[in-house]
Design a binder for this molecule. Sequence first.
Ligand SMILES: [Zn+2]
Length: 99
Amino acid sequence: MRDSDPQEWLVCRNVHVRLVEFETLPGAIYLSKKGNYYIIINDRLAFPERQKTLLHEIKHLLDHIEAPGLYILGDDFSAIEREAEEFAYEIFKKVEGLS
Ligand SMILES: [Zn+2]
């Protein structure tokens, strides 16, 4: 395994990222009964928005998801949504500062 490859890193941990075309939903995360995570990102988003959505869903994966199922945590203003948004924003800001 090449640990330096982020895609490889995710796949080795049963995390799969898929681009899907949605009307408005930015993203979602699905945990299968076999323990595979599918992070679903709206194909219509511009690249920076896709990155932020990926980070947002990763925060849910790390801290919020406990049981198999589809999590469309969308755009309500619950505490976990705010937490995921803040996580995504903080990392995104740091990464942007690197270029
Ligand atoms: Zn969310």
